[in-house]
Design a protein around this ligand. Sequence first.
Ligand code: COA
Length: 260
Amino acid sequence: MKYENIIYEVKDSVGILTVNRPDKLNALNSHVIDEVVDALGEAKKSEEVKALIITGSGSKAFVAGADIPEIQKIGLKDGMDFSRRGQEMTRNVEELGKPSIAAVNGLALGGGCELALGCTFRILSETAKLGLPELALGAMPGYGGTQRMSRIIGKSRTLWMILTGDMLSAHEALQLGLANKVVKPEELMEVAAATAKKMAQKPSLAMKMCIMAVNHGAETDLESGLFLESALANILLGSQDKTEGIAAFVEKRKPIFTGK
Ligand code: COA
């Protein structure tokens, strides 16, 4: 087996990455992060993988955060690198170039919540809870939580979560637009897989461009975002998939997309 603390498998064009350290509530130590980054690289490169699901082992936790005993050993000298490595992991999820779904099966705390925030979508079990409790340890979110959370639910709600340590229930997360769906625990992987499979059938180049347009456009002014949209739309208008998609519509048949 290539990995010790994660399981990475590919089924029906969907990569499934399971953080597998249930005795430590799937906490992310640097070894786990190395493995997640490696598997993300595999998923990104693979032509077979069209979408990715990230989940946690067991029913209690998705990921309960960065590994606390490891944080205990980190000081001023290497704290920046520690945070940047975690950010690299969440950034790599965001920049996968393919849709990713966090199938949140339980507690998503600290780095776990931040990992879910890097995903394109979040599908939550009714039992899931999301929180950024680092302040209780005298620390703060460092894997993108202060930035991505506020971009989704707003500054004030984000600061409320961070400064009070209050967790959001699955239904609260849904109301705030942080969760895309809330499902029964026993249906979580089925719904995540069905959603991923639905996207796996879409033209992959067009999906990549849409994710880029929305992610990068959200970080810029409207005019630059519109310019980016036109440039990406132009690439697609010259693609084989667009020729095929239009031809299939005209000929009243199902398109066969190649991602080119
Ligand atoms: N890092 C390392 N280990 C962790 C962990 C983390 N972030 N979160 C939980 N664990 C470990 C516990 O130490 C425990 O290990 P042990 O059995 O060897 O002692 C095991 O996972 C089970 O956790 P436990 O605390 O016994 O479960 P609980 O149901 O009583 O409490 C939590 C669950 C999530 C409330 C509690 O574990 C917690 O507060 N964890 C830290 C969450 C956090 O602050 N995350 C952000 C870190 S920056």
